[in-house]
Ligand binder design. Structure first.
Ligand SMILES: Nc1ncnc2c1ncn2[C@@H]1O[C@H](COP(=O)(O)OP(=O)(O)OP(=O)(O)O)[C@@H](O)[C@H]1O
Ligand SMILES: [Mg+2]
Length: 600
């Protein structure tokens, strides 16, 4: 029996999006709203003007040869005037040259413009991503974000550098050909349009069904990327828990869903071509019939030359027309890509600077939590009426059961999340009134698992103060006793570290992050201590480093090691949405309550 491994237990349906669930995008961007992209196109008005001129020239010029052909048929062949043949020949060469040059200039300019537009959208989405609150990242798997910034934007690149241009070129061509055809024979032109209008209507109808399919495919595709990214990030666990086979199976299922959707799209979009063909052939047949009837009935409006020229124009008409119908189909894909990309670009930035935000300067380090209530998700308060007042230079240790809300408390100080009620203030200034830049400059965080970037040890230490000299970085490392282990690395301070610091021990990573924060020199330090056991030697080193690091600064330490906790000025036992016990180590031990139990 084939079980569906991806589906969660009944009742355990995730509230946040996961790889086994399609995303929901409220705002639909359809062909009508493609105008949104104008914001990106308009800055290139000059190029557009140049391109339009070139397009027009190329279109007109490409249509003149059939006229000359008509001259040859009706004058040279009939009247045997060979002087005209020379003139017509040189005219043809000249026209070709003009067409080639103008097409070249236009293609080059459009290509460049497309590139610039995509680069703007790419920059925009990256900038937005860097400003989005953690909540955004909490709500969907990383893979679904990655795929928007990479794949879906790539899909747009084609649109801006090719299709926009092509679409415009083809429209211009069609208009110009129409003028030429009308001047030749209004009756035959009428027949052409009687064919084209119903044909385009059907193409449009097909597109709107395709549009929905593309969106569905995007969702399946995102699911697949989400699972892929999750698997890569959890590689160690995947292997250790022998999930390779099971995961292959899951991947196969997700991949098949995406493939099937794609196949449906392919089948449907193949309909486009026959529709265009059927109408076109029918139209051509009508034209020959009418022309023949007119010639036979002795109507002198139509000569053999006119029919030949007209059919040549028709082939100049058919080409852009079938391209346009292809582009209309492509638009279905482009709209669903745009929808995904703009969903991120338009996401409301809830954690941002207020209009008159103040810059925190010369911060002393008094921190107040005033009656704070907080929930990550509506209806589940993690903290309620949390009150805490810390004076400059004090060290506060946060202890308590796992999941009690210790990390949550410090998350609000850096505005990783905003309070739902109450306020958090530094030196009396509500953190929401300060600029985020100055706030994060003044509040330094040492995470449970410090992130190490690919680069040298020096670059990693320099991360928060990009203009620090090598000497400053080395001094910082020496100050917190990281020098000894760094010297032992192959390249010393120039040793290249891997992404996420693979190749370093947990303690070593912490030491590098300590050196990083020494350089940053914030007024308030937050330390979310790692729970993992560190060998006694490193622990001693880290303890010494901490003493130096925290000297004279206000500090919040989520502590697991007794040595750190003992040295704190005040210990808070966090439990049950607030502070359950509060005092120094001695006071709390004497109380023989929760802390006493924990310490024992
Ligand atoms: N991003 C999040 N979205 C939703 N719920 C969250 C989020 N982060 C934490 N929580 C929940 O909030 C509660 C408090 O989490 P928090 O990380 O503050 O615990 P903690 O006291 O730091 O625990 P630990 O000692 O294990 O680090 C937990 O129940 C947790 O499940
Ligand atoms: Mg925590």
């Amino acid at each position: 029996m084939k079980t569906d491994l991806r589906k969660p237990e009944v009742g355990a349906m995730a509230r946040r999006n996961t790889f086994f669930e399609d995303e929901k995008i409220e705002k639909k961007i359809d062909i009508k709203q493609l105008g949104r992209t104008l914001k990106y196109i308009l800055p290139y008005k000059k190029i557009l003007f140049l391109v339009s001129c070139m397009m027009l020239i190329a279109a007109v010029v490409s249509l003149l040869p059939p006229r000359l052909l008509k001259l040859i048929v009706d004058e040279v062949v009939v009247n045997k005037d060979y002087r005209e043949l020379v003139l017509v020949g040189s005219g043809l060469v000249l026209l070709s040259a003009v067409e080639i040059i103008s097409t070249f200039i236009q293609a080059r300019s459009m290509g460049k413009m497309g590139l610039n537009i995509i680069s703007r959208i790419r920059t925009d989405i990256f900038n937005i991503l860097k400003q989005l609150s953690f909540e955004y990242f909490d709500n969907r798997p990383d893979g679904k974000i990655v795929v928007r910034v990479t794949e879906y934007i790539n899909g747009l690149a084609d649109f801006f550098s090719n299709y926009v241009m092509m679409f415009a070129i083809y429209i211009v061509k069609i208009v110009v050909v129409t003028v030429f055809m009308l001047s030749l024979s209004p009756v035959l032109t009428l027949i052409v349009f009687a064919t084209v209008i119903p044909m385009l209507t059907i193409v449009f109808m097909l597109r709107s069904a395709l549009r929905k399919m593309y969106t569905a495919h995007r969702f399946k595709n995102s699911n697949r990327t989400a699972f892929l990214v999750e698997s890569i990030m959890g590689e160690q666990i995947v292997k250790n828990y022998n999930r390779i086979e099971i995961n292959k199976n899951v991947y196969k299922q997700i991949h098949e869903e995406s493939m099937n959707m794609w196949w449906t799209i392919v089948k449907r979009s193949r309909l486009n071509h026959p529709v265009v063909q059927i109408f076109w052939h029918a139209g051509t047949l009508c034209i020959y019939g009418v022309a023949l009837a007119m010639i036979l009935s002795g109507n002198d409006l139509i000569t053999a030359g006119v029919v030949i020229t007209f059919t040549t124009y028709m082939s100049s008409f058919q080409d852009p027309l079938s391209q346009i119908s292809n582009i209309i189909q492509e638009l279905a894909q482009v709209s669903s890509n745009l929808e995904q990309v703009f969903d991120t670009i338009d996401y409301p930035l809830d954690i941002k600077d207020k209009e008159n935000a103040v810059t925190l300067k010369d911060v002393k380090g008094n921190v107040d939590f005033n009656d704070v209530t907080f929930a990550y998700e509506e209806g589940t308060n993690i903290l309620e009426h949390f009150d805490l007042h810390v004076r400059q230079g004090e060290t506060i240790a946060l202890v308590g059961p796992t999941g009690a809300g210790k990390t949550t408390i410090i998350n609000m100080l850096t505005r990783f999340y905003d309070v739902k009620d109450g306020s958090v203030a530094i030196d009396g200034i509500d953190v929401r009134d300060a600029t985020i830049y100055s706030l994060r400059k003044e509040v330094g965080v040492l995470m449970q698992d410090p992130f190490i970037f690919k680069g040298t040890v020096l670059d990693n230490i320099r991360y928060g103060k990009w203009d620090a000299t090598d000497e400053e970085c080395i001094a910082a490392a020496k100050m917190i006793f990281a020098d000894k282990f760094i010297q032992k690395l192959k390249g010393g301070y120039n040793h290249v570290l891997e992404e996420r610091g693979s190749g370093l021990s947990a303690g070593e990573k912490q030491l590098i992050s300590f050196a990083r924060i020494v350089l940053k020199n914030p007024s308030v330090i937050i330390l979310d201590e790692a729970t993992s056991a560190i060998d006694t030697e490193t622990e001693l080193l880290i303890q010494q480093a901490l003493d130096i690091l925290l000297k004279g600064k206000t500090a919040f330490i989520v502590a697991h090691r007794l040595s750190t906790i003992r040295n704190a000025d005040c210990i808070l036992y966090i439990s049950n949405k607030g502070i359950a016990e509060q005092g120094t180590h001695e006071e709390l031990m004497a109380k023989k309550g929760l802390y006493y139990e924990l310490a024992r």
